[in-house]
Ligand binder design. Structure first.
Ligand code: SF4
Length: 261
């Protein structure tokens, strides 16, 4: 199985987590669609995986997100990729396992990525009252690994070292590398709204000219801060610990498909 075409689906509500670095608040929303309308919205698209990720953390309410996954699978019999900052309780985890079992019976996979980019500095970019702590997310990664989900560590967005020390990213890798299938990491994207929320200024940084990982996911203007130094550090760490590292999720998914499943 080669994964080459993806499509994005998402709930339309604004994400309740309110991360300061989040680009989704700039995405236009015509209306709040029902789950059925969201499922219908990709009926004319060609794809071999559905990213349940775009305008929201679709698993801030895990059962609601998993119900959407179930509907997508029932309709399209397709692979699914979910990305979240949340952790699931036991009942939610059982639902996830049921869905995986049904998908496997038709030779389809559900891939899971947990987002985390810092430890002590998490308040720089997230509202710590709203999102599970870094420790809770690391524990959830372990739980997923224990149940053979092969979770992906979504180590992004990477901030410049003077804002979030790169050492925190390296410590996350130290604490998770035995449990994750791979690490996906890339830099912070900003626009004026994001800079305002972060309390930063455009002139404080240099920028990369291209960044492809959000292609197809967003239609708002984003500039990517140059964090080549920090990404190199992450790459070196992953190499030292022999955990694969990617800057985009599609090669990471194909790595899992080709080598781990
Ligand atoms: S969890 Fe994701 S979608 Fe929600 S606010 Fe944070 S970055 Fe944005």
């Amino acid at each position: 199985m080669k994964i080459s075409q993806r499509v994005f689906v998402s709930f339309d509500e604004l994400c309740p987590y309110q991360c300061k670095h989040c680009y989704t608040y700039g995405i236009k929303r015509e209306k709040i669609r029902t789950a059925e309308e969201i499922v219908d919205s990709i009926s004319n698209d060609r794809f071999d995986i559905i990213y349940v990720s775009q305008k929201n953390d679709n698993f801030s309410n895990p059962i609601k997100g998993l119900n959407l996954c179930r509907m997508l699978f029932d309709r399209y019999n397709c692979n699914l990729f979910i990305i979240t900052r949340n952790v699931f309780n036991d009942d939610e985890f059982k639902e996830l396992e049921k869905l995986r079992l049904d998908m496997r019976n038709t030779n389809k996979q559900i891939f899971i990525a947990i987002s985390l980019n810092s430890i002590d500095s998490i308040g720089v970019c997230e509202d710590v009252r709203k999102v599970p702590t870094p420790k809770e997310r690391i524990d959830f990664i372990k739980k997923l690994a224990d149940r053979a989900f092969m979770p992906m560590l979504m180590l992004r967005p990477v901030f410049p070292n003077n804002i979030i020390p790169i050492d925190e990213c390296l410590r996350i890798i130290d604490r998770t590398y035995q449990y994750v299938s791979c690490v996906v990491s890339s830099g912070l994207g900003i626009n004026s709204d994001i800079l305002d929320r972060l309390g930063m200024k455009e002139d404080d940084f240099s920028y990369n000219t291209t960044q492809e990982y959000l292609q197809g996911a967003i239609d708002c203007e984003i500039k990517f801060i140059n964090v080549d130094y920090e990404i190199d550090k992450i790459r070196q760490k992953c190499q030292a610990l022999k955990v694969p590292m990617f800057e985009h999720s599609m090669p990471a998914l194909n790595y899992i498909v080709e080598t781990l499943i």
